[in-house]
Ligand binder design. Structure first.
Ligand code: BYC
Ligand code: FE
Ligand code: FE
Length: 476
């Protein structure tokens, strides 16, 4: 196991004190990060004691410590999963060669771009979520929000460590840039679409952590295969934390649905909204929205960028081991390509795309399957309650802003429709401003009493780390 140093300014298991130049650069970035956190992190809770887990090692049993901490004092550290002895590159043109401990010059730009794109999403999500504490459904949920936030902060540290140690001056500039862009800001937006969307209430938060953090899971799995070993090791450890973020999303949506079903039973018209809950049709619209913007995060269906990332050994497929052919120079992947004539979408045509160019789509396929799992569980609950409604994931063509379906119009089943039809029906399918207002109105009074639980959500079955559900997780 690698040595962990928790006594230094920056906790780490990378022997930071042996590299004074790097240590100084990171220690110079640290106060800027804390300033960013105070400005853009959870608003109104910076002085509170919060019951948080902190990564303190990469030991599979006991990697985290739980204790009360004020968020600006959180010990954001740099942890890389333990090295695999004699690791070789698992895919692409360099298949079988020793993994790289430094960056081959010709891949420097591509790799920097991947690391910056990954890094940019982490602070972006904290910015998107910064006001949610002020409309929280319970102290338990408030704590989970902050847990996700501080860990996204640590993920930013993970990428900044790579930038500062392997990319010289460019890396230092990129590290500054990561603190300068702002989610949703027209002049200096975050890089990827979904990370500029407002996340104004907890229904969006749960959809975000279910769908958007799940893109994180798959992108991290793909980067964990990287031939650049420090990137592989850092993303492998990030995945340990990621599981909790998706847990928050999945159980959050489960509890909203449970409560909705209870409220429907109470109401003579089975109207959950009339009882101060969120009806299933509204939940479906938020699922449609966050799922579709998260599908965009996988990049274009046919992508020469993806092909060259794979060829160069920079970014593989999730769980590359389970594939037989790691070179992927001969295979094809069928993609339904739009046939557009005179600006009008005529039909879809299945095209065999060379596998390397379809790597974004291969990863998206895995994501679609993984996303369906939670949906199936929700539908079991709904079925058990005797309610005929079913939650569905829309077609991957629906409401896309990037890739081959962007700019075209499809219904949730994936049938091509006209722009006019889409405009007429869109608020049956994605949330309207009125939906946002309604959902926000349910959350106008935050619950800061540990014994309380908002009316629109069921209580969780258990608390955190053996504590009761009504434990005072945040001393506000
Ligand atoms: N929005 O070849 P294409 C997470 C750009 S989430 C805006 O299709 P490529 C987290 C693209 O940059 C995981 N622009 O794309 C979750 C390119 O621009 P240029 C984040 C987009 O390069 C929750 C052009 O469109 N990690 O960790 O194959 C909370 C066409 O490029 C978008 C990563 O993303 C978009 N959605 O793939 C906290 C991993 N999509 O070249 C954290 C690193 C594409 O024309 N990134 N573009 O200027 C990558 O692997 C790739 O960059 C992408 C895009 C998969 C994102
Ligand atoms: Fe993250
Ligand atoms: Fe996450």
């Amino acid at each position: 196991m690698s040595n962990v140093v928790n006594s230094e300014k920056i906790p780490n298991n990378v022997d930071l004190s042996a590299d004074k130049k790097l240590q100084r650069a990171l220690e110079a970035w640290q106060p800027k990060f804390v300033d960013w956190w105070k400005e853009m992190g959870p608003e109104g809770f910076q002085a509170d004691d919060v019951y948080l887990r902190t990564a303190v090692s990469v030991d599979s049993d006991g990697w985290a410590q739980y204790d009360f901490v004020k968020m600006p004092d959180y010990r954001w550290g740099i942890f890389l999963a333990d090295p695999v002895a004699d690791r070789t590159i698992g895919f692409g043109d360099f298949y079988g060669q020793p993994a790289w401990q430094t960056i081959p010059g010709e891949f420097r730009n591509a790799l920097r771009r991947l690391v910056v794109t990954q890094g940019d999403t982490e602070p972006a999500s904290v910015e998107q979520q910064r006001l949610l504490g002020q409309c929280c459904p319970s102290v338990y949920d408030l704590r989970n929000l902050f847990q996700v936030n501080v860990e996204e902060g640590r993920h930013l540290w993970a990428m900044v460590y790579l930038l500062q140690s392997y990319f010289g001056r460019d890396g230092r500039e990129e590290a500054e840039g990561l603190l300068e862009r702002r989610s949703g800001n027209a002049d200096k937006p975050r890089i990827l679409g979904a990370f500029n969307e407002p996340c104004a209430h907890w229904l969006s938060f749960f959809c975000f952590t279910y769908f958007t953090d799940r893109d994180g899971k798959f992108q991290l799995l793909a980067l964990a295969e990287s031939g650049f070993d420090p990137l592989a090791r850092t993303t492998r450890f990030m995945l340990t934390e990621e599981a909790h973020h998706m847990f928050v999303g999945e159980t959050g949506l489960t509890r909203v649905i449970e409560r909705s079903l209870e409220l429907m039973k109470k109401n003579s018209n089975e109207d959950a909204r009339a009882e101060g809950g969120i009806d299933l049709a509204t939940i479906q619209r938020y699922v449609n929205f966050w799922y579709s913007v998260s599908l965009d995060l996988f990049g274009g269906e046919i992508s020469s960028n993806a092909a060259s990332y794979f060829a160069s050994g920079l970014k593989g497929r999730a769980k590359e081991d389970k594939y037989e052919d790691h070179v992927a120079l001969t295979g094809f992947h069928a993609i339904d390509v739009p046939v557009v004539e005179g600006g009008v979408l005529k039909s879809l045509k299945s095209e065999e795309v060379p596998l390397r160019n379809a790597m974004n789509e291969v990863l998206r396929d895995e994501y679609v399957i993984d996303s369906q799992r939670g949906v199936d569980k929700w539908n079991k609950l709904i079925e058990k309650a005797g309610v005929p409604f079913r939650i569905t994931l829309p077609s991957r063509r629906f409401h896309r802003q990037s890739g081959i379906y962007a700019g075209l119009h499809f219904d949730p089943a994936g049938n091509p429709i006209s722009k006019e039809e889409f405009e007429t029906k869109k608020f049956e399918w994605i949330p309207s401003p009125a939906d946002d207002e309604f959902v926000k109105s349910l959350m106008s009074k935050p619950i800061y009493d540990p014994k309380g639980m908002a009316n629109w959500i069921a209580a969780p079955p258990r608390g955190i780390k053996g504590q009761p559900v009504d434990f005072e997780y945040v001393r506000h």
